[in-house]
Design a protein. Structure first.
Length: 464
């Protein structure tokens, strides 16, 4: 059986109640020395002691016993693959030992490294802006919250499962949503002409209790926006709880997190967990098929697939990346070990950029990171709402990827011979990628770089 370590959780529980180790030992009926061993993860907790903790302190077992080391290990592995640690890179057993025996130190290290990333990026941007602001962006803070939760929120899944008291015919979903909003919340829905809702696709008029939807939205997105608003209005208390738990206090970060949590709720309502997972496995993650089956967009189906991380019922752990034609990363979610670019553009060797040449077609690719970890990635363009002729071709591109060992579960990889699949060498982005001789390099690496050899011209001006 797998051993369960609860050291950091137990210590936090004790400190929150102002107890000494001796006082907790009396409550649990064990010795103070055993409490000390448990807190330092030098002993795994027995079922009997775990039950006493639940009974004595009234905590949910999932809050204290849930194994959250997978995402932490992935984050830690991604960090130590940076060029800073080339000479002193710890191996996987050492990383696992650090998480078990010194979780507080690991957390402090990760905080320090994130601060270093922010400072490095701001220093690089000094010539492009009026001055640096040494704080993480709201999007980066929200991404960290989702990553810490393995891109899965049990409470939102449970709330979404209770959204419809009885099954609804999918063909009647939009009408049923309008009726529910009117009867339950006293909120009406009105479809507006583009010129009557300039520059917006959806707006909620709180005074008139009215949701305005632009006619530029297609049917799946009109439905999604209504469920999103239902989540914001009906699940306010739950969203407040999750936001408070996140530790984000900056108003911009709070607003962004609330929107993303409501998006998560909407996706969970429209694509119920068990049904979606079953369809994904049966179709080998054919996202066009899945989108059609659930009446959602291709992008929404891809995004939902990244959340399938329920304990005991997990799907393929995907990462999701969305870029614009300029290469800017506009959305990212991650349930894998892949390290997504936080600042600047994604690696130009990723075929997600090439997908703009073949709109609507899947672009499969096998890639290898500088640390030699390998992934299967597939990309496709997605259309954005268009309501006037000069806004045509308003496309974005999305990329979905997973560790190579999961590629056999993905239908898009079936045409490849797995052992002999050609690997494209990529990096996170040019600013920190150590591949000096890459023919697509657009920036010299920010750290650990050698001076350019003035007597030699490489494949790029940055090739040393």
């Amino acid at each position: 059986m797998q051993k369960t370590f609860i050291g950091p959780h137990l210590r936090r529980l004790r400190l929150e109640r102002g107890e000494t180790q001796g006082a907790m030992a009396k409550v649990l009926g064990i010795s103070p020395s055993y409490v000390n061993l448990l807190e330092n993860n030098e002993r795994s907790v027995s079922v009997q002691v775990l039950l006493r903790v639940f009974e004595a302190y009234g905590v949910d077992w999932r809050d204290i016993a849930e194994e959250d080391g997978t995402a932490q290990l992935a984050d830690l592995r991604a960090v130590i693959q940076g060029p800073l640690f080339t000479q002193t890179r710890p191996d996987l057993p050492q990383l696992r030992a650090a998480l078990v025996h010194a979780p507080g130190l690991v957390q402090s290290f990760m905080t320090l490294y994130r601060s270093y990333q922010v400072v490095s990026d701001q220093l690089l941007s000094l010539t492009e802006s009026g001055g640096p602001q040494l704080t993480a962006s709201p999007e980066a803070a929200v991404h960290d919250i989702f990553r810490r939760n393995r891109n899965h929120f049990r409470e939102l899944e449970e709330a979404a499962g209770l959204f419809w008291p009885e099954p609804i015919d999918r063909d009647e979903l939009y009408v049923a949503l309008k009726r529910r909003l009117r009867d339950t919340l006293g909120v009406n829905v009105r479809l507006c002409r583009v010129e009557d809702l300039p520059g917006a696709l959806r707006q909620y008029d709180e005074n008139r209790r009215e949701i305005l939807l632009s006619e530029a939205l297609d049917h799946p997105n009109r439905t999604f926006q209504l469920v999103h608003m239902a989540g914001l209005l009906e699940q306010r208390a739950l969203l407040d709880t999750l936001i408070q738990r996140s530790g984000i206090t900056d108003p911009r970060g709070v607003a962004r997190l609330r929107v993303e949590l409501a998006n998560y709720f909407a996706a969970a309502v429209l694509m119920p967990y068990a049904a979606f997972l079953a369809e994904a496995k049966a179709s080998k993650y054919d996202f066009d098929h899945i989108a059609t089956r659930f009446g959602v967009s291709f992008e929404q189906a891809c995004h939902r697939a990244t959340t399938l991380q329920r304990e005991g019922a997990q799907g393929v752990p995907f990462f999701f990346l969305r870029i614009d034609k300029g290469g800017n990363v506009t959305k990212r979610f991650n349930a894998s070990d892949f390290h997504l670019a936080e600042y600047g553009g994604a690696c130009p060797r990723l075929d997600v950029h090439t997908s703009f040449r073949t709109p609507g077609r899947i672009m499969p690719q096998f890639v290898e990171m500088p640390d030699r970890s390998q992934f299967f990635v597939f990309s496709r363009t997605v259309d954005r709402p268009t309501w006037e002729r000069h806004a045509q071709d308003n496309r974005l591109a999305v990329a979905m990827g997973c560790a190579i060992q999961y590629a056999t579960e993905i239908g898009y990889a079936e045409s490849f011979s797995m052992p002999d699949a050609r690997m494209t060498q990529i990096g996170i982005n040019c600013r920190i990628c150590p591949r000096a001789s890459c023919d697509q390099r657009a920036h010299q690496a920010a750290i650990l770089t050698q001076p350019v050899d003035e007597l030699r011209r490489g494949v790029t001006r940055y090739d040393v």
